[in-house]
Design a protein around this ligand. Structure first.
Ligand code: SAH
Length: 218
């Protein structure tokens, strides 16, 4: 069950959440504005109606999670999203992260490997509002060669390594934000593809994601 009503109380809670994100170091005003515009409780069961605005990850289904708002803000900020950027997302999950990207004016192609989660995208509440968000059922390790190259790639599951095909599908000058396994946690990396095809790596703080798994399921 979902509650698709966005009350003043929800809006107030959301504003407070943006203050928390700012206090934690999120500085990109476009990221905060987009997240302030999106009712996160629309992406969760109505049982999570108010705690949707706590800075926490929550279970969705199929053993998956909606990322913590701080994590969404952090990855989005690192991605340096610009209007009309063509972005590939690996791990659709609840569609919340993809919605933040499309709200910022990007064209978003998102892949989910679990059939049950992919099928839920048919009931996406903002289908009419965001025609620039496209859903795909597939294995993120393969990317989307038909739609490549992309300006940006964002991986929202813990990758054991940087998938080479996703680097291939990045434009020269393009950027990838990816949490890569380092034991129990993942280190957030931002990779920039140079004109000669080489890759420059920047390393950021640690996070904890569900694993990026091989192949499709269902
Ligand atoms: N971006 C999501 C986060 C979901 S958690 C959100 O905003 O809610 C990570 C998701 O990645 C899960 O739904 C999981 O099924 C999916 N996933 C894991 N490995 C994958 C792969 N190889 N290809 C595509 N999706 C994958």
């Amino acid at each position: 069950m979902r509650n698709y009503e966005d009350t003043y109380r929800h809006k107030g809670l959301r504003k407070k959440l943006m203050d928390i994100l700012r206090d934690k170091g999120i500085t990109d005003g476009n990221v905060l504005a987009a997240m302030n515009n999106i009712p996160r409780h629309f992406f969760l069961d109505s049982a999570f109606d108010e705690i949707a605005y706590e800075d926490r990850a929550f279970p969705i289904s199929e053993g998956q999670t909606i990322s913590q708002p701080y994590t969404v803000a952090y990855q989005t900020q690192l991605l340096q999203v610009k209007p009309f950027d063509k972005i590939l997302e690996i791990g659709t999950g609840s569609i919340y992260q993809a919605t933040v990207l499309v709200e910022m004016g990007a064209k978003v192609f998102t892949i989910e490997r679990q059939k049950v989660l992919f099928e839920k995208t048919r009931n996406y509440i903002f289908k009419a509002k965001y025609p620039n968000l496209k859903f795909f059922f597939g294995d993120g390790y393969e990317g989307l060669p038909t739609y490549a190259p992309f300006d940006k790639v964002i991986i929202t599951a813990a990758a054991p390594f940087v998938p080479p095909k996703l680097i291939e599908q990045l434009k020269a000058g393009g950027k990838m934000v990816i949490p890569v396994d380092e034991g129990e946690h993942q280190r957030m990396l931002r990779l920039t593809k140079n004109a000669d095809g080489s890759v420059t790596e920047e390393a950021f703080q640690h996070f904890s994601f569900v694993p990026m798994l091989k192949g499709r399921r269902g």
